[in-house]
Write a protein that binds this ligand. Structure first.
Ligand code: HEC
Ligand code: HEC
Length: 347
């Protein structure tokens, strides 16, 4: 009698377990399938494994590594350095975005193909994947769109022309064929460059080591600089993984930087150029402060040569209060700790 009931109970239990097992397997298969289907671009960046010590900080460390298709990185690197992408074959992406100069070129404004000068200062390409929009005014929402829009401007060439040139180069024909079934196309050229750009990270700055829990890696002065950076409110705009790059803000919250500087150009209007809305006049993407030690001159107009001057300008026009020189120096010392390991020039 008893055994009979127990037996039935066991049978029912077994059926339930089998059913649960089946459902579990189905879910796992579905998840795996979804993973296979999602494009490789979707999650190229590894999450950091131990987000504990920086949970309450306005700044997060950048990952120590990213997983990317290495063949695409190499191809993108070659394209990035190739002058065939410019009309006069004199200029490559690397001319303005130099790996040995913090991903920029130390010029206030740069000269592109046929000597055309850029309207704004060249921003760094380092850690660019962590910005939420691209260009000073945030015109582009993806790296791919930025690349597509940019070439005509600084390289003076149409994409049709550039693609034709690449298709005539046997080395590129082979390299593309090995990665992309459809060979050299606009989409594939842009993809390779974008993947390469995603590889240009500068991990393990002393400040990131500090965030990860190595509290002795910063001097007392540098830690004081970080404290001042937060308490003055710099961190309300320059924040996140890139210490910037994730917000739009007006340049000149207090007072008018542009009338004080003079010679206002259309590029100074910032986001207004896209939206036509008065609220967007002089609004820019807050720039990243990573590696800012080595990316002078500063601001979209490249008007300021030293970090301490830039901090003075920020204090005056973003916070509306001058800072004592001692504090400016400390904040600059903190900003210097944001310089990470530069990507190597493999070519
Ligand atoms: C003549 C100098 C010059 C050359 C050559 C050049 N760039 Fe730039 N790059 C700039 C300038 C200036 C900007 C900012 C444009 C703006 O904000 O309107 C920029 C912006 C960018 C950005 C956006 C950065 C950000 O944080 O928003 C990326 C990415 C980039 N360039 C990649 C490239 C690639 C790829 C090439 C080659 C195809 C290239 N650049 C060639 C000057 C140059
Ligand atoms: C209200 C938002 C806001 C605050 C607060 C703010 N900034 Fe900025 N910061 C910006 C914007 C926007 C820019 C870009 C201005 C431009 O060139 O168009 C910028 C640019 C900079 C630059 C130049 C970066 C480069 O690569 O050209 C530095 C350095 C800087 N800020 C440091 C600071 C410091 C230090 C503080 C605190 C004293 C601070 N900022 C406070 C919004 C802000």
């Amino acid at each position: 009698m008893r055994f009979d009931r127990l037996d039935r109970l066991f049978q029912r239990l077994r059926r339930w377990i089998a059913l649960l097992g089946l459902i579990g397997t189905a879910i796992l298969i579905a998840l795996w399938w979804q993973q296979l289907q999602s494009p490789q671009m979707a999650m190229p960046i590894l999450p950091d494994p131990t987000p504990t010590s920086w949970q309450n900080e306005p700044i997060q460390p950048i990952p120590l590594q990213v997983t990317l298709d290495n063949n695409k990185v190499k191809l993108g690197e070659k394209l990035f350095a190739d002058t065939r992408l410019s009309i006069d074959q004199q200029v490559s992406c690397l001319s303005c975005h130099r790996l040995d100069l913090g991903g920029a070129d130390r010029q206030a404004r740069s000269f592109g193909a046929t000597g055309v000068q850029t309207q704004v200062n060249t921003p760094t390409v380092f850690n660019v994947a962590y910005n939420f929009r691209f260009n000073w005014n945030g015109r582009f929402e993806t790296l791919e769109a930025q690349i597509e829009g940019l070439v005509q401007n600084v390289m003076g060439i149409s994409w049709e022309q550039a693609i034709r040139r690449l298709q005539q180069a046997p080395d590129y024909v082979q390299l593309f064929k090995a990665i992309y079934a459809d060979g050299i196309t606009l989409g594939n050229v842009i993809d390779a460059i974008a993947v390469y750009e995603r590889s240009l990270i500068t991990p393990d700055s002393r400040f990131d080591q500090f965030l990860r829990g190595n509290y002795t890696v910063l001097t007392a002065e540098e830690q004081e600089g970080y404290r001042l950076f937060k308490s003055y409110g710099c961190g309300s705009c320059h924040q996140g993984m890139n210490v910037g790059g994730n917000l739009f803000q007006k340049f000149g919250v207090v007072g008018n930087y542009f009338t004080d500087r003079g010679n206002i150009t259309p590029a100074d209007y910032g986001r207004y150029n896209m939206t036509g809305s008065e609220n967007d006049r002089f609004v820019f993407r807050v720039p990243s402060l990573r590696n800012v030690e080595i990316t002078a001159p500063y601001f979209h107009d490249g008007s300021v040569q030293t970090l301490e001057q830039a901090i003075d300008v920020m204090a005056k026009y973003q916070l509306g209060r001058p800072l004592p020189p001692e504090h400016v120096r400390r904040i600059a010392q903190f900003l210097d700790t944001l310089t990470g390991e530069a990507p190597k020039d493999e070519l």
